[in-house]
Design a protein around this ligand. Structure first.
Ligand SMILES: *[C@@H]1O[C@H](CO)[C@@H](O)[C@H](O)[C@H]1NC(C)=O
Ligand SMILES: *[C@@H]1O[C@H](CO)[C@@H](O)[C@H](O)[C@H]1NC(C)=O
Ligand SMILES: *[C@@H]1O[C@H](CO)[C@@H](O)[C@H](O)[C@H]1NC(C)=O
Length: 479
């Protein structure tokens, strides 16, 4: 009985085990998963018997602590599930009845890439299959940039794209879709994935150049219209030409500028020199003008000048009223030689002197060829040859040898526009001014300025020195 039972058990066991004979099958090819999306990792048993009562376990190969999903005792068990897969795995329990133990993995990450084991165990046997998961990350659209132009007119282009996984392929295509070979290629890997960068130089004028980045069935493409670029290039070379022309021009202008600056400096020097000169002249002019206007604006009544015959040189004849004097060539009879007379100059002074304010008188010199006139200090020396200068107490103008003269420290020749017929003498005692002018033309002859008078001043007229054959008188004008 015991034997029978055992036999039955064995038979039924054999029958059982035969009825449960199965193989676990997975996909032949790798499974491609796009990052961020969901993916099904296929796994099923053949024949398609129910695996509801079995243990289904998914785990990563070659990784420790790598349980991905566990179904056992009719429930999903998450106790030992690896952290990165928390909440992202799902077995369809209905599908389990049909022998389908495919795992749904959501929000795929790059780190999910690798080999997975699908392990299915019944009471009597177990089997597994391996699923190869490849994760893809589609990067950003490629960007073409123009790097410039070379001397032969080639157009340098650069195309780059970032954020791919795994490394994508990049290629250049012309407008007919023919692949063009890149000049340089660069690939970088960082947390963001792979970035690629290729350069090319385009010589013929293709309408369009494409840059295509491809990762299996993912393709992103950008194109550039090179006709516009060739216009750009023409523009560019035109601008370059203009630029260098402008640079030349700039240099020329700079040279001219510095020349002009030099000239300018010279002119400025010249100008300041001229300004100095002008100031000097203006100053002189204003002094003269002031003196003249001083003289001319003064319309003073003439003082009543009478010549003092007692001071006259013995050869002079002074009229009875003291208004005229002339040269006689011979000594006048009855002249008292003891008096303080002039004995070399044919001079005579007025009877009255002045020691304040202003005074003015006029002398007619018309027809006379030698004369001096002006004022003299009371204490002047009348004898001998003396200098008729301010230093010696004389302020005069005169005519001798056809030349008009005044005297400072030396004889000072005057160039006059007129030959004075009547000379006005103006004295401002306080200001120290003695001023001569031609009465008829009202023009200035000469001025002594800033003189210091500390004695009485007397009108002084003279018919020259020692001899005068011209008997024309000098006449004091009262009219
Ligand atoms: C297996 O189950 C999954 C869902 O978990 C389903 O998407 C897939 O189509 C099933 N496979 C077959 C062969 O029916
Ligand atoms: C198993 O597959 C066969 C055909 O291969 C099909 O007829 C049968 O319905 C399937 N059984 C289940 C439970 O899906
Ligand atoms: C000028 O003075 C003299 C005497 O010195 C005198 O005879 C004469 O009348 C005076 N003339 C006038 C205009 O005052």
């Amino acid at each position: 009985m015991k034997f029978i039972c055992l036999t039955l058990l064995i038979i039924s066991g054999i029958t059982d085990s035969r009825s449960e004979q199965y193989k676990v099958v997975g996909p032949r090819d790798p499974v491609f998963a796009a990052a961020g999306e969901d993916v099904i990792l296929p796994c099923s048993v053949k024949p398609n018997i129910s695996v509801v009562d079995m243990r289904v376990e998914w785990f990563r190969l070659n990784l420790e602590d790598s349980q991905v999903h566990l179904y056992d005792d009719h429930v999903d068990k998450y106790i030992d599930q690896s952290e990165p897969y928390r909440g992202r795995t799902e077995l369809n329990h209905q599908e389990l009845q049909r022998g389908n133990a495919s795992l749904k993995l959501s929000s795929v990450r790059v780190s999910d890439e690798g080999l997975y084991k699908c392990f299915i165990q019944s009471k009597y046997q177990y089997d597994d299959t391996t699923v190869n998961v490849n994760v893809e990350v589609v990067g950003r659209p490629p960007v073409i940039s123009v790097d410039g132009f070379d001397h032969s007119g080639g157009l340098h282009l650069q195309c780059g794209s970032e954020g791919w996984y795994p490394k994508p392929d990049l290629e250049w295509l012309n407008s007919e879709g023919v692949s063009l070979s890149s000049e340089t290629t660069e690939t970088h890997r960082n947390e963001d994935g792979f970035s690629v960068k290729h350069t090319i130089t385009v010589h013929h004028r293709d309408d369009k150049i494409h840059c295509r980045v491809k990762l299996r069935h993912h393709v992103l493409e950008t194109q550039i219209i090179t006709t516009k670029l060739s216009q750009l290039q023409n523009e560019h070379s035109r601008l370059q030409k203009e630029h260098s022309e402008l640079q030349d021009k700039h240099r020329r202008v700079q040279n001219e500028h510095s020349q002009l600056q030099d000239e300018h400096t010279q002119l400025q020097n010249e100008q300041s020199r001229l300004q100095d000169e002008k100031r000097t002249i203006q100053h002189e002019f204003s002094v003269e003008r002031d003196q003249l206007s001083e003289c001319l604006k003064t319309v003073l009544p003439k003082v009543n000048v009478s010549l003092d015959a007692d001071t006259a040189h013995p050869q002079l004849i002074v009229s009875r009223d003291g208004k005229e004097v002339r040269s006689e060539m011979t000594q006048t009879k009855g002249v008292d030689g003891s008096k303080n007379r002039f004995d070399k100059y044919l001079g005579v002074v007025g009877k009255d002197g002045f020691s304040s304010r202003c005074f003015y008188y006029e002398v007619q010199v018309k027809g006379q060829t030698q004369w001096y006139l002006g004022v003299a200090r009371e204490s002047v020396k009348r004898k001998d040859l003396i200098s008729l200068s301010p230093e010696k107490g004389y302020w005069i103008v005169g005519l001798r040898y056809g030349k008009y003269q005044a005297r400072d420290s030396s004889v000072y020749s005057l160039s006059l526009n007129v030959n004075p017929q009547r000379v006005g003498v103006f004295v401002d005692y306080e200001k120290g001014l003695v001023c001569f002018y031609d009465v008829k033309s009202m023009s200035h002859i000469y001025s002594y300025t800033d003189q210091c008078f500390n004695e009485k001043l007397y009108p002084f007229v003279s018919l020259g020195y020692e001899r005068n054959e011209n008997s024309t008188p000098l006449i004091i004008c009262d009219d």
